[in-house]
Write a protein that binds this ligand. Sequence first.
Ligand code: DGL
Length: 263
Amino acid sequence: MKVCAFLDSGSGGIPYMLRLMERTKDVRCVYLGDTANFPYGEKSPEEIIQGAVSAVDLLTENFSPNVIVTACNTISVSALAELRKRFPIPFVGTVPAIRLAGKISRNGKIGLVATRFTVESDYTRDLIKEFAPNCLVLKRADPQLVDFVEKRLFDATPEEKRAACMPTIKEFSQCDTIILGCTHFVHLREAFQEAVPSGVQVVDSCDGVVERVLKQLENVPDVPSIALGENSLFVTSSSHKDEYEKLCSRFGLKFGGILKKNS
Ligand code: DGL
């Protein structure tokens, strides 16, 4: 058994963890939603780094993970270099799937929907330059959609989910490929796919990230499974605790409650 930890500002990274759980039973997954710092996408780089460092501290102190997935594009494009400097643990980042979109777009017009921080970051600009240099990449920051997923995921109807995707789909009407560049939006992948005109492809980084995690874990020694608990989800604040409990039961995860320093 090995331990893989996931970090996001809220519920965004859950699809990544579930995808890993589908692929292997030999990894204990621990998830931390840093809800005390939600939303990361509206913060300064210094605030994001500070929040991410404290959250990783919590994960390392409590679970000694073999690998940590920063299941948040905003953290990955801003704080990953700093986290790698500070912690001697392998990290797997999640960044907008621009390489994939650049490969599969037929008309060279790509839409990227993400947090404000991610769409404005130099990291994203460099990804576009490197992997989609001949494409027109339209960018849309959608903090309302992040908020919708964080607050309504547990009770929104399929119609409400599709409606929440529509402003993005309308704005990207000339694009044949839409990148979900915020992990929260991966929860809406089906809703997006159902709502886009036929021929439009919706892509995210989920499969690529899970492949990298599995590769990373190949060389890690096993710890006895008895020492490990169930796949669990923790948060850092009491807000929306009940909603998180509901989400956990829907996804078959144990809700671990609030994770605090030295708890
Ligand atoms: N899920 C996060 C991402 O992928 C960000 C959400 C937030 O703004 O906190 O960027």
